[in-house]
Structure formats: structure tokens, C-alpha cells
Design a protein around this ligand. Sequence first.
Ligand code: ZN
Length: 168
Amino acid sequence: MKYLVTILAIVGLMSCGTDNSSSPAEKPATKLEPSTPVQKATSDTVDVVIKVGDEMKFSENRIIVEQGDVVRLKLEHTGTMPKTSMGHNWVLLKNGVNVSDFGMAAASAKDNDYIPANMQQDVIAHTKIIGGGESDEIIFQAPEEGAYEYICSFPGHYGMMKGKLVVM
Ligand code: ZN
């Protein structure tokens, strides 16, 4: 019986020994914890899909994101009409930009994808003009808090095709 107790004691010591040796190994694991916020930062990519078709309408008239979010926006034309007659884009304007002024200037900027060359500084982000069956994806960082207007700058569309990107 004494032998057994001794053996148990040794086993106990050994297991203590392995516990001790495993605890330094745990330290790198705790060191990894600061990387958790980094993972959260990368998960702040927000996917937005806006559908358009053979009519002057965005599927979304309001998009809500948070300041600093990386917005991955996909514009999808589900119609069949070509971009020459029913082309659409998605143009996010800075605050204070007059939508009508921009829309009218854009109508004569066909060669620049309907983004007026002298008003590019008014644009936060924009897709290209797409026609039926096409899509375009852009990535941009959400600006500071506020409500920003977006439009389709294809001639005659901005009156109907508009919405707000709300940054909270
Ligand atoms: Zn349009």
C-alpha cells in the first residue's frame, strides 16, 4: 500500500510538473488577445447591394453605416436595356453640394462617365455607368457622421434616382 501511495504521489508531482510547463505556453495565448480588436476592425466592412433595372429607381433609398466603416458597395443592373439608354450609376455627393446643379452638369459629361470633370471634388465615391446585366463594385470609407445624398447621374435620372447614406 505504501508503494501505491508513493506512486500516486509521483504521478501527482508529474502532473503538477506538466501543469507548470504548460502555463508558460498559455502566456502567448493571452498575448494574442490584443489582436481581437484588430479582428473587429476588419469585420467593420459593410456590404451594400443596390439593385437597379429598366426603370429609374434604386432598390435602396436609405443606407445606414457607421463612421469609419469600410463600405463595399455593389451596384447591380438587373434589367436588359443598354447603358446608352437606361444606364445607371451610384454617385455619393459631399454635404452642401447642390444635387440639381450636379445632375445638370453631369448630363453633359458623357465622356467622363457622367461625372462632371470640374465637380469631381464634390464626389465622395461613385461607380461607373452600367447597363442591363452588368454590375460594378466600389470600396470606400464612410465619411464623418451625417447624411449624404446619392444619385444616379445618368441624364434625367437624378430627380427620381436618389437616396441618403446616413453615417452614424
Ligand atoms: Zn439611372
